[in-house]
Design a protein around this ligand. Structure first.
Ligand code: GLP
Length: 258
């Protein structure tokens, strides 16, 4: 049982975070099946954080059940801390291996995650190449997003403009506070990250944002009902015509229009 609003973006309020995970995972699996059947590659934009863990778990289950063919699946992750070793337990490289890539038969060369080991002077070129690789792959067919408590998407923190591209960013204090537990305190938490930009995200053909829990309720309400503004970068999703926001009741509790 879930409620759907027809406004832009489409908002789906499901009964639980598990229900969100099931719907999101099913959509991604269906897309891969459809594109495989049409002999087309599937280019996925992927997210990290606690929220997508259940979705990835469900997706792995469906992938095994349907014997999904990953030979034409190409992935681009949104972001990575900087600096960050790929083998560090806090890295998004590790997260993606542990929560998804180690469990599906994807070609390692088809996986792209921003590189947190670069020297600072190489970052700008690397980011331009990341954008080019997305284009060369044919563009992102489906982008999965979470949302930060401050309304960030990827690591596009408040202040990130609609025309931003893949780049090095300074993390917002709220983002660092939320990540501090994983890093054993705020002083150990990176202050920078490499992230796809808002414009990079908005170029995806289809976007699904998932959010659960009351800590996200304010950012979700702003995203859906608040003014479109750099203060809440997720509000830029309202300029895209193929976005669905999947919420549990706690994350949806402040929405006026639901
Ligand atoms: C992180 C990631 C985002 C993610 C957000 C929410 O900082 N860079 O891509 O959407 O925070 O994370 P969580 O799902 O753990 O609340």
């Amino acid at each position: 049982m879930h409620i759907v609003t027809q406004k832009k973006p489409e908002v789906v309020i499901a009964e639980s975070d598990r229900a969100i995970a099931r719907m999101g995972a099913a959509e991604i699996a269906n897309l891969i099946q459809m594109r495989n059947a049409a002999d087309l590659p599937t280019v996925l934009g992927l997210a990290t954080g606690k929220t997508p863990i259940l979705l990835y778990r469900e997706f792995i289950r469906i992938a095994h059940e349907k014997a999904l063919d990953f030979s034409r699946v190409i992935t681009f992750n949104l972001d990575e801390y900087y600096p960050m070793n790929t083998h560090s337990l806090q890295s998004y490289h590790h997260f993606m291996r542990a929560n998804l890539f180690d469990h599906i038969d994807i070609h390692p060369a088809h996986i792209h995650i921003p590189d947190g080991t670069l020297s600072r002077k190489d970052i700008a070129n690397y980011c331009a190449e990341y954008e080019e690789k997305i284009q060369q792959a044919g563009g992102i067919n489906l982008q999965l997003l979470g949302i930060g408590e401050n309304g960030h998407i990827g690591f596009n923190e408040p202040g990130s403009d609609v025309d931003t591209r893949t780049r090095l960013v300074t993390l917002d204090p709220i983002t660092r506070q939320n990540a501090a537990a994983e890093f054993g305190g705020e002083t150990n938490t990176p202050s920078e990250a490499i992230t796809m930009g808002v414009a990079t995200i908005l170029e995806a053909q289809r976007i699904i944002l998932i959010a659960s829990g009351s800590k996200k309720a304010h950012a979700v309400q702003q995203t859906i009902d608040g003014p479109v503004s750099t203060n809440v970068p997720a509000t830029y999703l309202r300029s895209h015509n193929n976005v669905t926001i999947y919420l549990d009741p706690a994350a949806a509790k402040h929405i006026k229009s639901a």
